[in-house]
Design a protein around this ligand. Structure first.
Ligand code: URA
Length: 229
């Protein structure tokens, strides 16, 4: 992790304040003054501020059931941020591992560990996300094969990665994808002549949504580990 982030995570300082202290020479890494805030540090480095050894707080991992009409942003914009529902310290240090649109509901994972969220969001990590989709038109039989082969989204140059489509009823399906392109699910159905009426994320990797709308809980250790590589 970056040195300024480490200092902020082990004190009450913001990252900006931590960077100022680093540049003024008050922070040492393994006994040497470190003046560059972007220096990478690891658990086995000894970091001191004014001769006090710093210990970073543990990372936090949260599961939330996002209500419709909230946004996956740290600040309120046209809609309120879903962080309004999470009444804990230092919410501004948290970020969302895979955003949902304002009108999408369901499972959101939240953390302050960037490396962990990378394992969820990068397509190269093949982390499956399962969406329950209500469609405005009946689903055509050939869509299962089309999604398995990949479809071309409007304005893009690469087919979507193979996706699994399970038909529940004529207008309701479960879709499993491993990517998170912009409005991906809505655009995939648009590419096959249909339209998403409502969208809900049920599962990410092995983690299943199990709290009511607007509620959240910390992930279990086992759930956290399931995304570690
Ligand atoms: N795909 C979408 O189109 N919207 C979402 O919110 C998530 C995936």
């Amino acid at each position: 992790m970056r040195l300024d982030k480490f200092v902020a995570k082990s004190t009450e300082l913001t990252k900006i304040e931590a960077a100022e202290l680093i540049r003024s020479g008050e922070v040492m890494v393994n006994g040497e003054v470190a003046l560059i805030e972007s220096t990478q540090v690891h658990e086995d480095n000894q970091i001191t501020l004014n001769d006090q050894v710093l210990t970073a707080r543990a990372f936090r991992y949260i599961l939330m059931h996002k209500p419709a009409g909230t946004i996956c942003s740290n600040i309120d914009e046209a809609y309120p941020s879903l962080f309004n529902y999470i009444d804990i310290d230092r919410v501004s240090e948290l970020h969302i591992a895979g955003r949902l649109d304002a009108d999408t509901t369901g499972l959101v994972l939240i953390t302050d560990n960037g490396r962990w969220s990378f394992n969820i969001t990068r397509p190269t990590q093949h982390c499956e996300k399962v969406y329950r989709v209500s469609l405005s038109k009946c689903i055509a039989d050939d869509v299962v094969a089309k999604f398995e082969q990949g479809v071309m989204l409007h304005g893009e140059q690469q087919l979507t990665l193979p996706a699994r489509l399970q038909i529940i009823t004529a207008n309701e399906v479960l879709l499993t994808i491993t990517e998170g392109r912009y409005h991906q699910v809505k655009r995939m159905f648009f590419a096959v002549g249909n339209r998403v009426a409502s969208l809900h994320r049920e599962k990410i990797g092995k983690v299943q949504l199990d709290v009511e709308e607007g509620q959240w809980r910390y992930l279990s250790n086992e759930e956290v580990q399931s995304f570690m590589k």
